[in-house]
Design a protein around this ligand. Sequence first.
Ligand SMILES: [Cu+2]
Length: 344
Amino acid sequence: MADAQKNSGRRPWRGAVPWIVAALVLATVGLPSVAALGAMPSAPLVGHARPLAAPVSVAVNLTDAPAFSPRFLSAPAGSNVSVLLANRGNFTHTFTLAATPGARLSPSLSPAGVFAFFRANGTLANVSVAPGGQAWANFTLNASVGLSSFEFASIVPYQFQAGMWGLLNVTSVGPGLVMSDNTTDQLQFVPNVLAASPAHYPIVIDVLVTNQGSFGHTFTLAPQSNVSLSPANFTQYFQQHAPLVSVTVPSGGGSTVWANFTLTGPGVYQYICEVPGHFANGMYGLLYAGVAVPTPPPPPSTALVESWVLVGSGILLGIGIGVAIVASYAGRFPRSPDSHHGPH
Ligand SMILES: [Cu+2]
């Protein structure tokens, strides 16, 4: 009889269990995801740049022959090249690399002529290495350099004349960073946010623009960062500041064009479509180079979801507690033997 009393006193609680469990489940499952939603921006569609050419690292010995060993180096266009220079001799040598592709030193040049050559053609690297020492020559091969070769030499007098020269051959053509964008007949760029995080400047960026609609467009990029163009002023602006790139996106679905340009520094660069009326319709985008894409505030719908989850779990918890109170209150009273058949 005591056991039966205990059981009947505990059993009424069971009615509350599903409600409390439901409330807990909603709270534990719903709230974290709502919290995540709240923290997460309504992510704009962002096109991200990706590197194409992997960094290249090579080692070159500088000897008293005098010579570079190896004499011929290779790297793809659009790559960062690091050359570890080790001077194995007893004389100072330099690794002086011409910046002009295809420019070749004439074997008959005097020491002064060698200096003049590098002054005229510029240098991608000019590193002097003491006897027994090591040094790095770091430089970037422009992505749009094309298949070519860059000559390097030691500019210590008479070392070039004695044979201390070599060639860096560009083995493949490729952009530094590539990304893609699309144009639509709704007169929009999709995405209208491009993000690039170049490891260095200048950086060549090649954007493949694909026409998803039938109208023709242009991809025209402002040469200055943080300039806010308007449909009223862009024509005058571009007359005074030549676009970094301006290409025509041919009409017809699926047609593509590459917009290739070189950025000299980080910033937010605006690009627009110059076809009359398109920019006014909102056909522009922003390229964030080395600058974080701003995160917009969470949309109102997130707040709605959040409040409903809170209210919902509160209601369920309230029902559960109510059922538990009623059940425990009812459980204190002895029942008539036929009470479980329901009220008459
Ligand atoms: Cu357009």
